[in-house]
Design a protein around this ligand. Structure first.
Ligand code: ATP
Ligand code: MG
Length: 459
C-alpha cells in the first residue's frame, strides 16, 4: 500500500483500471449483441427449414401426403446437413414423416395441433443441452391439416459464447497488467526529472547554492518546472552572495574606525601626556566615534529599507522640503566657492515618508557638494503628470561610464584611495528609499563636466 503513494504507481493503477472498465463495458455489449444475433439467426434457420419442408408436402382428399421422403429429399438436404431434425404430423397428431437424430420429447397428441406458429426452447432429454424447437401449422383451405416440427441443438451457440467469455476473462487481466506496466513505465519516464529536483533540493545548503539541474530545455510542464527551479536557485545564490559581501564589507568598514581608536588609545598610554595632548586625543576619538555612528546608522537604515514601503502614508511637501534643504546647505556650498541654485515651483507633493525623502535628497546633494570643486549645483523639480522629477546637476568631476553601473552598490566608491570621507552607502540608501516609494533614480554623467542625478517619484 505504501508504494501507491508514488505518483507513478497511482498512474499505473488508474491506467489499468480505466482499461479494465472500458474492456468490461465493451465486452458486455459485445457478448449481449452477439448472443442475441446468434439466437435470431438460429430462429431464421428453423423458419427456412420449415419453408423447405412445406415445398414437398401434397394433399390428397384434404389429407397430408408427402410426395418425397423428407429423409432423402433434395429439398431438405441443407437442413439435414446442419443437423436439424424434422417431423411432420397430420391433423390427428400422428407422425407422418421424420428425420434427424433429435428425439422429440413431447408425447404426440392433439395438443400439438395449433393454428399458430411458435418457438420453444427445451432441454434435450438425453444430454440436457437446450434445443430450439419450431412448430408451424400446415394450413389447407382455412383449417389445420397438420404440423411441421423442426429442432436444432443450441450447443454450437453456447460453445461460441463460452469461448468468447473465456477469451475476455483471460485477456482482460492480461491487458490490464500490460496497461499497468506501460502506465508505470511512462509515468516513471515523465517524472524522472522531478525526482532529480527533489534529490537536489534535499542536498542544497545555504552555503553552496551553485548547483543547477541543467536539464535539457523542453517546453513541457516538467521542463518549465526545472527551469523555474534553476532560475530560483540562481536568484537565491545571487542574493545570498550579495548579503555575504555586504556583511564582509560592513565588518571591514567598521574595523577601520575601531583600529583608529585603538591606535590613538595605545599611543596615549605609552607615557604620561600633557592635558593638551589628551584633549587632542579625545577630539580625534570623538571624530572616529562620529564616523562609526554615521556608518552604523546607515547600515541600520539599509536594513530597515524593506520595512519602509509599509508606511508611506504622509503627504510630503517636496517643494518646501527641497527649499529648506538648499537653505541649510547653502552656507557650506558658499564656503567651498560653489553656487547652490534651487529651482522648484511651489506646491509639489508626493505620498511618502518625509524623513526618508529628506535623507534621499541629502545624500545626493551631499555627493554633489563633495565631488564638485568649482561651479554650480542646480536643484530642479518638475511635474510631468505621472512623475515628480527632481534633478540635481553639478559641474564636478563626473563619473566614468564603467563606474556608472556600480555607484548604487553598497560600499562602492569610485576613488579607491578614499581621499574624501564616506563609506559608499549614500547612493545605495537613496536608491532603496526611491524604490520603496515606487520610484527610481537615473544618472547621467560626463567625466570632467559634471553629473545629473534624476529622482523620479510616482505622484
Ligand atoms: P557616503 O555617501 O556613504 O558618505 P560616498 O559618497 O562615497 O559615501 P555614495 O554616495 O554611495 O558614497 O557614492 C558612491 C560613489 O559614487 C562615490 O564614492 C563617488 O565616487 C561617486 N559619486 C557619487 N555622486 C557623485 C557626483 N555627483 N559626482 C561624481 N562622483 C559621484
Ligand atoms: Mg555620498
Amino acid at each position: 500500500m505504501k508504494r501507491l503513494k508514488t505518483l507513478r504507481a497511482r498512474f499505473a493503477v488508474w491506467t489499468a483500471g480505466l482499461l479494465l472498465a472500458t474492456l468490461g463495458g465493451f465486452g458486455l455489449f459485445e457478448y449481449v449483441s452477439l448472443s442475441s444475433s446468434l439466437y435470431r439467426s438460429e430462429d431464421d434457420l428453423l423458419q427456412l427449414s420449415v419453408t423447405q419442408v412445406m415445398g414437398v408436402i401434397n394433399y390428397e382428399n384434404g389429407q397430408i401426403a408427402t410426395s418425397d421422403n423428407i429423409s432423402d429429399s433434395p429439398a431438405t438436404i441443407g437442413s439435414r446437413e446442419r443437423g436439424i431434425s424434422i417431423r411432420v404430423l397430420n391433423q390427428d397428431g400422428q407422425v407422418v414423416q421424420s428425420t434427424g437424430t433429435y428425439v422429440f420429447a413431447q408425447p404426440v397428441d392433439q395438443s400439438l395441433i395449433r393454428d399458430t406458429a411458435y418457438f420453444e426452447t427445451v432441454p434435450d432429454p438425453s444430454t440436457g443441452i437446450p434445443v430450439r424447437v419450431y412448430y408451424s401449422p400446415i394450413l389447407q383451405s382455412g383449417h389445420v391439416a397438420g404440423v411441421i416440427q423442426v429442432a436444432h441443438s443450441l450447443a454450437g451457440i453456447q460453445e461460441t459464447l463460452a469461448q468468447l467469455l473465456v477469451m475476455f476473462l483471460l485477456g482482460a487481466p492480461l491487458a490490464g497488467l500490460a496497461a499497468a506496466a506501460g502506465g508505470y513505465f511512462l509515468a516513471a519516464r515523465a517524472l524522472a526529472p522531478i525526482d532529480r529536483i527533489t534529490r537536489m533540493a534535499r542536498e542544497l545548503s545555504a552555503s553552496d547554492l551553485s548547483a543547477r539541474l541543467a536539464l535539457p530545455a523542453t517546453d513541457d510542464e516538467v521542463g518549465r518546472l526545472a527551469q523555474t527551479f534553476d532560475g530560483m536557485l540562481a536568484r537565491l545564490d545571487e542574493s545570498f552572495g550579495r548579503e555575504r559581501r555586504f556583511v564582509a564589507d560592513a565588518s571591514h568598514e567598521l574595523r577601520t574606525p575601531l583600529a583608529g581608536m585603538q591606535a590613538i588609545i595605545s599611543v596615549m598610554r605609552e607615557e604620561r601626556r600633557t592635558p593638551d595632548d589628551y584633549e587632542h586625543a579625545l577630539a580625534d576619538l570623538s571624530d572616529e566615534t562620529n564616523r562609526m555612528r554615521a556608518l552604523v546608522e546607515d547600515l541600520l537604515r539599509l536594513a530597515r529599507g524593506d520595512a519602509l514601503a509599509a508606511k508611506l502614508a504622509e503627504k510630503v511637501q517636496v517643494s518646501s522640503l527641497l527649499e529648506s534643504l538648499c537653505d541649510s546647505l547653502r552656507s557650506i556650498a558658499e564656503q567651498r566657492g560653489l553656487a547652490l541654485v534651487c529651482d522648484c515651483p511651489p506646491g509639489l507633493t508626493v505620498m511618502g515618508d518625509t524623513d526618508s525623502l529628506l535623507r534621499l535628497f541629502l545624500n545626493i546633494l551631499d555627493n554633489a557638494l563633495k565631488y564638485t570643486a568649482r561651479g554650480q549645483i542646480t536643484v530642479q523639480a518638475t511635474n510631468d503628470g505621472r512623475f515628480l522629477r527632481v534633478s540635481v546637476s553639478d559641474t564636478g568631476a563626473g563619473i566614468a561610464p564603467e563606474h556608472l553601473d556600480h555607484i548604487f552598490d553598497r560600499f562602492y566608491r569610485v576613488d579607491p584611495s578614499r581621499s574624501t570621507a564616506g563609506s559608499g552607502l549614500g547612493l545605495a540608501i537613496a536608491l532603496e528609499i526611491a524604490h520603496a516609494h515606487g520610484g527610481h533614480i537615473r544618472v547621467e554623467s560626463a567625466p570632467g563636466e559634471g553629473s545629473t542625478f534624476s529622482v523620479e517619484l510616482p505622484l
